[in-house]
Design a protein around this ligand. Structure first.
Ligand code: NAD
Length: 295
């Protein structure tokens, strides 16, 4: 299939490489990064998109996505599918889809879970919003780049699923870290804490698969001095997107709001930038009880 690929960073680069490896004809553009071996290099987004049956974007945020969409939609053939795999705000996802559909194209939002290793190994999970026709066209490509795809509903539903998932993840990781710090102060051995919680009703992905305590549970970034993994600033981005969506949809999300505040403080004033999002554990270890919990 002839594919245009725009945004070749940590995620987009290996995703495009997997499409090339599967035999697709990929024309790729990035402001900085080079295309993978076997792809054709384009000099602009519009050049990458011209003549493509599917255009895939993997960009930093909604504002950049809207700018790229403005550049490429006028050159897309009728029936081309615009598939955005970036994590962006729901409103931008819907606006870009409408722009493409008004021009006679199809559009899906298809954000991913699974991180850089998932992108490299072709084991991402895709959560997709958009029409059946758009989904059916991109589905074989998503199967190349990932191992699981869920069609969540209409335009924006993929981004909605992504930010709800990551709001749960951020809040769960924060409470898992503070529970370990509390257990320390209560004199409870961390391994015993893991043995109980990982097989009791407090279990979660954060505890069982990504334990924030070094030397406890399966191998995770905590065993590598909290090198990411999934960096705290990326978690903060997703928690902010969840709060923007909550405001836009008039939903009450106090746990998500508090998690966003905690990661904001950690990233912006406590050297959390560049540390894995499970590095809240050493942060909580150093702190004492604060009676003023604000939301
Ligand atoms: P990145 O910063 O490594 O890559 C983004 C790329 O976009 C860069 O190479 C940049 O040069 C390029 N770019 C920026 N503006 C552009 C433009 N106007 N035209 C063309 N290229 C442009 O980011 P990433 O880690 O690859 O993440 C991409 C997206 O995937 C983000 O939305 C992120 O939230 C999401 N995501 C990332 C991870 C992760 O673990 N890194 C996991 C899941 C989802």
């Amino acid at each position: 299939m002839k594919i245009g690929f725009i945004g070749l960073g940590n995620m987009g680069g290996p995703m495009a490489a997997n499409l090339v490896k599967a035999g697709h004809d990929v024309t790729a553009f990035d402001l900085v990064a080079e295309p993978p071996v076997g792809a054709t290099k384009a000099d602009t987004s519009a050049e990458a998109a011209t003549g493509a049956k599917v255009v895939i974007t993997m960009l930093p945020d909604g504002a950049i996505l809207r700018a790229v969409a403005t550049e490429i939609v006028p050159v897309l053939d009728q029936g081309t599918v615009f598939a955005d795999c970036s994590t962006v705000d729901v409103d931008s996802a819907k606006a870009v889809a409408k722009m493409a559909e008004d021009a006679g194209c199809l559009a899906v939002d298809a954000p991913v879970s699974g991180g850089i290793s998932g992108a490299t190994n072709g084991t991402l999970t895709f959560m997709v919003g958009g029409s059946d026709a758009g989904f059916d066209t991109v589905s074989p490509l998503l199967d190349v780049m990932g191992q699981k795809t869920v069609h969540c509903g209409a335009s924006g539903a993929g981004q909605s699923a992504k930010i709800c998932n990551n709001m749960i993840l951020g809040a769960t990781m924060a409470v898992t870290c503070e529970a370990f710090a509390l257990a320390d102060k209560l004199g409870l051995n961390r391994q015993k804490m893991f043995d109980v919680v990982s097989t009791s009703s407090g279990y979660s992905w954060s505890m069982n698969a990504y334990c924030p305590a070094p030397g406890v549970g399966p191998q995770s970034p905590s065993d590598n001095d909290y090198q990411p993994g999934f960096a705290s600033e990326l978690m903060l981005k997703d928690l902010r997107l969840a709060q923007a969506a909550a405001m836009s949809a008039d939903a009450d999300t106090p746990m998500g709001a508090l998690a966003a505040q905690i990661y904001e403080t950690f990233v912006e004033t406590e050297n959390g930038l560049g540390a894995d999002f499970s590095a809240l554990l050493p942060r909580f270890e150093k702190r004492g009880h604060d009676p003023k919990v604000k939301v």
